[in-house]
Ligand binder design. Structure first.
Ligand SMILES: [Zn+2]
Length: 268
């Protein structure tokens, strides 16, 4: 829909241009921006992430050296490259500790694809999605499971946020499997964020190993919780972006909590 008060196109959505002596009409920017606005609304990005962009992603520069955290700088680089190269035949899976900025980068990718490319996208928190599906089983529910799942499966770019579950049930595994497999078969792009469990101090003997004796990396162990089949599918369809950093949110919160300057530790 064009903006009715647009001067460039008189509200028609098409503006006249002249190129090489030939007069023709092109789609007016007011139409493009209205479509982006509409796509952005449909994407259901939560308000707290609405301003997430590549430019305001914090690469946590070291105060002493001024160097960016290499893992976070690399993550941003790959995320931007993904947008530049889109359409790609793979998605992105951001994995790292809580507070590393995984959702920030994933939302930045989604927003760029919507705003710059006019692509349809959808944000879903994994637990919210499961809850909506479960609620649809309620006999008084106005929404069917199909109505909840269909857009999640069909949308061109899906952002599945916080893919995690402590000891997922068979139902959770099956549901996730259905979503991921359907999207894979339709060659749709999926962006995923998932939290890496805090490193466990395992003795050499306890470390999980493949039958041939190789140690299974932490990332893979984390994804294996949803089953080996799903885990290997994710490895096949997504570029894994590992993000390592200190817990950002905790650090920010801690910064605001201070003792009075004259407070000294009583060493007696
Ligand atoms: Zn216009």
């Amino acid at each position: 829909m064009a903006r009715r008060d647009c001067r460039a196109c008189d509200g028609t959505g098409w503006k006249p241009v002249e190129a090489g002596g030939v007069r023709c009409v092109v789609r007016c920017e007011c139409q493009v921006s209205e479509r982006s606005d509409q796509l952005l609304r449909q994407a259901r990005i939560p308000r707290r992430y609405a301003q997430c962009e590549f430019e305001n992603f914090d690469v946590r520069k070291d105060q002493a050296t001024g160097d960016a955290n290499p893992s976070l700088a690399a993550a941003r680089f790959y995320a931007q490259k993904f947008v530049d190269e889109y359409p790609t035949d793979f998605g992105l899976l951001f994995i790292g500790p809580t507070g590393a900025g995984k959702t920030h980068l994933a939302v930045a990718v989604l927003r760029e694809l919507i705003l710059r490319r006019g692509i349809e996208g959808l944000f879903y928190d994994f637990r919210d999605l499961l809850k909506e599906i479960q609620d649809s089983y309620n006999p008084v529910s106005q929404v069917s499971e199909f109505r909840v799942l269909q857009p999640v499966i069909d949308v061109e770019v899906l952002l599945l946020d916080e893919l995690a579950s402590t000891s997922p049930t068979e139902w959770v595994k099956e549901t996730l499997h259905h979503i991921i497999n359907s999207r894979y078969n339709q060659k749709k792009t999926t962006l995923i964020t998932t939290t890496l469990p805090p490193p466990r101090e395992l003795s050499d003997h306890d470390r999980p190993r493949t039958p041939s004796g190789e140690e299974i990396p932490e990332v893979e162990r984390s994804l294996n919780q949803f089953g080996i089949t799903l885990s290997s599918r994710l490895f096949e369809m997504c570029k894994i972006i590992e993000m390592r950093s200190d817990d950002y949110r905790k650090a920010i919160k801690q910064k605001g909590i201070r003792f009075k300057p004259d407070c000294t530790v009583n060493e007696a």
